[in-house]
Design a protein around this ligand. Structure first.
Ligand code: UD1
Length: 429
């Protein structure tokens, strides 16, 4: 199993290119199931989750071709996928595959919308809490699917197609909103989604679906209206930049010091997080090329933050912010409102000398003048990158074990940080 070795204490300087967003890519790939024509996606990040979804879609009969390099292109531009679901040969997503990546459950909606049936394994336990799928099921039931749970599988049937309807989410859910949009795209009639998630990845997927011939308005707001169409066609779409990767590297600079231009990053995708960083003592400037983040020698201020759905501070940056707060000159509080049990990084940060107390969904972080390197273990995707951030400023050597969590969501992390001056290397095997 690969590990990452970091020797802390070096500032970060230079340019760092932000990849395409993982959470948009996965949904865009799944959207390919809605058409028998080819969907071409540009700026697809090279991530373990993307490779796994390629396998999962392959099991349904989807062909995926990786496009060759074009003139002037570098590894930083991501890859181009040509995805063709001309013939869906299997409408079952088996436990062996779905249990490896929860997001693959989302094939449910496009399969039932196009094929009239889908059999998808319940995702099962997850390291960051219960993460139920009741609202995803509710959404397709509202559009006329009959849903049963059989032997651990969600079996959805709509032999005569789905019908437009009203879906009111009692809680904001990203997966639920994606599911509702994809199901409604091919339904007969109009669907209205209320209390929809407003995450930028929702709008990105809706933009792509509209290029494919869907009629979706209001994506990015709380109310989305979809006029169903009989058929969708092929299209070409470039994945939007990853706001979580952007925020992560911005926090890394705030932690380690130095100045970095996050190329391709878009400030409007993470304004709440950039505001928090500014309050914490970083200098954040939007430029034509991206976002410039710097921290001078004046130290880090404590801040209080509560995670909430977009446009507020994202839960996917909570662990990274906590790492940053371990070195603030005072006490910070972080309240996690989206997922229970999303504090697994706390114990590992403590191994580096952080002082954090947990009380239910609230963490109290008392800043310390210096962290010290140690062996630590990555527990989930965002938690593991928080350990990298802490290690960049810790005295001495940190070894992060189980880095396969990082590879799920961060493209060539050690290369990107290494180019900016971090002492970081991957130890293989
Ligand atoms: C997506 C993101 C994840 C991010 C999360 C919140 C992807 C691949 N993942 O996850 O990185 O942390 O949004 O921004 O895009 N819930 C229910 N019933 C349901 C579905 C969700 O109660 O049927 C609850 C969840 O337990 C959670 C809340 O709703 O408390 C939000 O979850 P949701 O927005 O659905 O997260 P995901 O779409 O799974």
């Amino acid at each position: 199993m690969d590990r990452i070795r970091i020797v802390g204490g070096r500032p970060l300087n230079g340019n760092l290119r932000i990849s395409g967003a993982k959470n948009a890519t996965l949904q865009l790939m799944i959207a390919s199931l809605l058409t028998d024509e080819t969907l071409i996606l540009d700026h697809v990040p090279r991530l373990a989750d993307v490779a796994l979804l390629q396998r999962i879609l392959g099991n349904h009969g989807v062909d995926i071709m990786v496009g060759g390099k074009r003139p002037g292109e570098t590894a930083d531009d991501g890859q181009t996928l040509h995805i063709s679901a001309a013939r869906i040969v299997d409408t079952t997503a088996p436990y062996e595959l779905v249990s490896k990546m929860r997001a693959s459950f989302w094939v449910l909606a496009p399969l039932v919308a196009r094929m009239g049936e889908a059999r998808v394994s319940m995702p099962g336990g997850c390291a960051i809490g219960i993460r139920p799928v009741d609202l995803l099921i509710m959404a397709i039931e509202r559009l006329g699917a009959k849903v049963e749970i059989e032997g651990g599988y969600v079996v959805a049937r709509a032999p005569h197609g789905l019908k437009g309807g009203e879906i009111v989410f009692p809680k904001v859910t990203v997966g639920g909103t994606h599911t509702a949009i994809m199901a409604a795209a091919l339904a007969d009639g109009t669907t209205v989604i209320d209390n929809a998630a407003r995450e930028p990845e929702i709008k990105d997927v809706a933009d792509c679906l509209n290029k494919m011939g869907a009629r979706i308005t209001g994506a990015g707001t709380k109310r989305i209206v979809i006029e169903g169409v009989a058929k969708l066609h092929g299209a070409r779409h470039a994945v939007l930049p990853d706001r979580i990767e952007t925020g992560t590297y911005a926090m890394a600079v705030a932690m380690a010091g130095g100045e970095i231009l996050l190329q391709n990053a878009r400030p409007e995708l993470l304004q709440a997080a950039l505001d928090v960083l500014t309050r914490a003592g970083a200098t954040v400037t939007a430029t034509n090329e991206g976002i410039r983040v710097a921290r001078n020698g004046s130290g880090l201020a404590p801040v209080d933050v509560t995670t909430a759905p977009f446009p507020e501070f994202p839960t996917d940056l909570q662990a990274q912010l906590m790492a940053l707060k371990t070195r603030a000159s005072g006490t910070s509080h972080i309240t996690e409102t989206i997922f229970e049990n999303r504090f697994m990084h706390v114990q590992e940060l403590a191994r580096l000398g952080a002082r954090i107390q947990l009380e239910g969904e609230r963490a109290t972080i008392e800043g310390v003048p210096q962290l010290k390197g140690a062996p630590v273990m990555a527990t989930d995707l965002r938690a593991s990158v928080s350990l990298v951030i802490a290690a960049l400023a810790a005295e001495g050597e940190t070894i992060v074990n189980r880095v396969y969590h990082l590879d799920r969501g961060f493209e060539r992390l050690e290369e990107k940080l290494g180019r900016c001056g971090a002492a970081i290397e991957r130890l293989s095997g």
